[in-house]
Design a binder for this molecule. Structure first.
Ligand code: HEM
Length: 501
């Protein structure tokens, strides 16, 4: 298996790409599955702004496979447990990512793990896997908690802040240090605001579809490219520093620098840049959304927060989680809250693909070259699979209840050979951030806050997550307020008082 990447895509010529799509569609020898296939800007805009209700309505009307024309092309959606399993596991080899409906992401990521297919994907994944082994994740826990500790200094009682922006800054620092061994306080990193640059680059994917095909100087594309080039400066500087010094660690950058195939080919600087950019993006954006959605739900469900605090009283020493607790998800109540957060708000909400060959699913034929998406967000909201899907009910993930879920029902990390490579790392990071915030503070939402969700391209709170920081209530005060939930095991190690925030 060679380390030779795919040919470049025609990102600079979007109109030509669209024409090719239309040509492919016209050449399809079979009809698309039922749905709404007339051109409609209103539908395209609704899909960009509020896709979930639209997909659920289509599911009610047409069943688990249907077609919607989004912008210029037909897109097939496959929803539900059987569809998710079909696309990610049993028939995954009939689908490619690179030519999917989300191929614009290549404009930022390049040819990193997320957007490549076939042998090059398998080979690249194999090179990087050692960095995600369990022992490496446990070893990263210390870096993660040190960064969280540092960020918590800004969570002073009475402070108001945007938890989404706070988490993005934290998660970018964590990704730099833990994944790439780059010092976020070093000269090159300090010269730029990487979190803000990612925010700017990613806003391309929140812009209107019609604007995304523009390539002029003031277009969203040009703005994304400018942000990406500034981030590139940091990545290339670290690549050349490592090449020049020969410095290696146990990070992913070291694995990529030393990788070679049977013919002695090594990865070029551009290929390494693409992997690093992909992991920096995927490694911070999803965790940022997850933390934000989790604290949104906790603020609205104080009885759930209460269970988490009782669990902390029981299991944490001095309010700090151990590496083992974080890596293994030993705080069971927190685990259920995390799983329910990822059910209701799976950040990587869509699995975009293109079919290589024509195929049949549930009695419908899908032509070769069709855009086909699975969708965890909609699949996690199907009433026939998750009762009362709009409610935040962590008890759905109590072990006996979770064991009853059908195969493919719950796919926040995708599945099969493209299952999220950073799953363990992401889980550990969210657990660490959540545990350490909860052990110091209670976060309240402003009274008038209403959640709106955007896709950029992962889902996140559209207007950030404004919170007001309150000291964590002492155990005795909580017990007086909520005697029913205070009946947990006694605290083995009393925590410091709220002044420790
Ligand atoms: C809560 C956190 C996370 C969630 C919910 C999540 C979700 C996902 C999902 C659903 C996919 C599959 C997408 C598809 O089928 O098209 C995926 C793939 C991927 N994720 Fe994550 N992710 C998370 C954290 C991370 C982290 C921390 C990293 C890196 C350190 C990461 C790196 C990747 C990469 C590189 C892929 C592509 C894998 C491949 O195609 O082989 N993710 N992620």
């Amino acid at each position: 298996m060679a380390l030779v990447g795919p040919d470049p895509l025609l990102n600079s010529k979007p109109w030509r790409v669209m024409l090719e799509d239309l040509r492919d569609e016209r050449a399809a020898g079979v009809r698309f599955p039922p749905g709404e296939t007339r051109v409609s800007l209103a539908r395209t805009r609704r899909f960009a702004n509020d896709p979930l209700p639209m997909l659920l309505e289509a599911y009610e009307r047409y069943g688990p496979i249907f077609t919607l024309r989004i912008f210029h092309s037909n897109v097939v959606f496959m929803l539900g447990p059987a569809a998710n399993h079909y696309m990610t596991v049993s028939h995954a080899s009939n689908f490619v990512w690179r030519e999917s409906h989300f191929r614009d992401l290549i404009g930022l990521m390049g040819d990193g793990l997320l957007t490549i297919d076939g042998d090059f994907h398998r080979r690249s994944r194999r090179i990087m896997l050692p960095a995600f082994h369990r022992e490496r994740i446990v070893a990263a826990a210390e870096t993660v908690t040190a960064e969280v500790e540092r960020a918590l200094e800004r969570l002073r009682p009475g402070a108001r802040l945007d938890l989404y922006a706070w988490t993005r800054q934290l998660a970018v620092r964590v990704a730099m240090r833990a994944l790439f061994g780059v010092d976020p306080d070093g000269e090159a990193a300090r010269a730029i605001d990487a979190a803000a640059l990612f925010e700017r680059a990613l806003s391309f994917y929140a812009s209107e579809y019609v604007l995304r095909v523009l390539r002029g100087r003031y277009s969203p594309w040009a703005s994304m490219q400018r942000a990406a080039r500034t981030l590139d400066g940091l990545i290339y500087a670290e690549i050349s520093r490592r090449r020049a010094t020969g410095e290696r660690g146990e990070d992913i950058l070291s694995l990529l620098l030393d990788a070679s195939d049977e013919d002695g080919n090594t990865l070029s600087d551009l290929q390494i840049r693409d992997e690093v950019m992909t992991l920096l993006f995927a490694g911070h954006d999803t965790t940022t959304s997850t933390v934000s959605f989790m604290f949104y739900e906790l603020a609205r469900n104080p009885h759930v927060t209460e269970r988490l605090l009782a669990e902390q009283d029981e299991l944490l020493v001095d309010g700090r989680p151990t590496a083992q607790q974080l890596a293994a998800g030993e705080l069971r109540q927190l685990e259920m809250v995390l799983e329910e957060t990822l059910r209701k708000y799976p950040p990587a909400w869509i699995g975009p693909r293109r079919a290589l060959e024509s195929f049949e699913f549930e009695g419908h034929t899908v032509p070769a070259r069709a855009f086909v998406n699975y969708c965890s967000w909609a699949s996690h909201h199907l009433r026939d699979v998750f009762a009362e899907p709009e409610r935040f009910l962590p008890e759905r993930f109590a072990p006996e209840a979770a064991a009853r879920l059908p195969k493919g029902a719950y796919v926040p990390f995708g599945g099969g050979s493209r299952t999220c490579i950073g799953m363990r790392f992401g889980q550990l990071e969210v657990r660490a951030i959540a545990t350490m915030i909860l052990s110091r503070a209670t976060l309240e939402l402003p009274r008038d806050f209403e959640l709106a969700i955007r896709q950029m391209p992962t889902i996140s709170p559209k207007h950030g997550l404004p919170v007001i920081v309150r000291p964590r209530a002492a155990r005795s005060a909580r017990a007086a307020r909520a005697p029913a939930t205070a009946a947990t095991a006694p605290t083995a190690h009393p925590r410091p008082t709220p002044a420790a925030i």
